[in-house]
Ligand binder design. Structure first.
Ligand SMILES: [Zn+2]
Length: 140
């Protein structure tokens, strides 16, 4: 296991997404990020749905489906091929709430992994797990 530096970044030369090759992966049902098999899950890998205890503890949050639905409704109201900014999903008073914005981005990642939407940066479709900085969402 590589230590994470205090700035939240992995050690130099190691990317967050680097996992030993050939290990099975899944998409976390809460944060929407891909995670790899771990030895501690050897016996129950088929049932594992979350990357961490934090994500598992948030599995039943009502906001998960609520935010996915809001993203899809907003996109359905736009012209075909149009994009939205994730913050458009939130009411004005929540747009500065970092945790709420994280929840919207997680909902977008889940939808992107389900192949329902694309996540774009600078007009290019990006890997949902790797997007840092501003993103836009588009129905696939
Ligand atoms: Zn997760």
């Amino acid at each position: 296991m590589h230590a994470v530096r205090c700035n939240g970044q992995p050690p130099r030369g190691i990317t967050m997404r680097m996992a030993p090759p050939n290990l099975p992966t899944k998409v976390c049902a809460t944060c929407g990020r891909t995670f790899a098999w771990r030895k501690k899950w050897a016996r129950q890998w088929a049932e594992v749905a979350h990357c961490s205890d934090r994500c598992r503890s948030r599995r039943n949050r009502k906001e998960k489906t609520e935010l996915e639905t809001r993203i899809l409704i907003l996109l359905a109201q736009r012209a075909r091929g149009a994009t939205i900014c994730p913050s458009e999903v939130l009411p004005d008073e929540e747009k500065q709430d970092a945790e709420r914005m994280d929840s919207v981005r997680a909902a977008a990642r889940r939808l992107a992994h389900d192949a329902t939407i694309d996540i774009l940066q600078r007009g290019v479709v990006v890997d949902p797990d790797g997007a840092r900085g501003p993103i836009r969402l588009r129905l696939r």
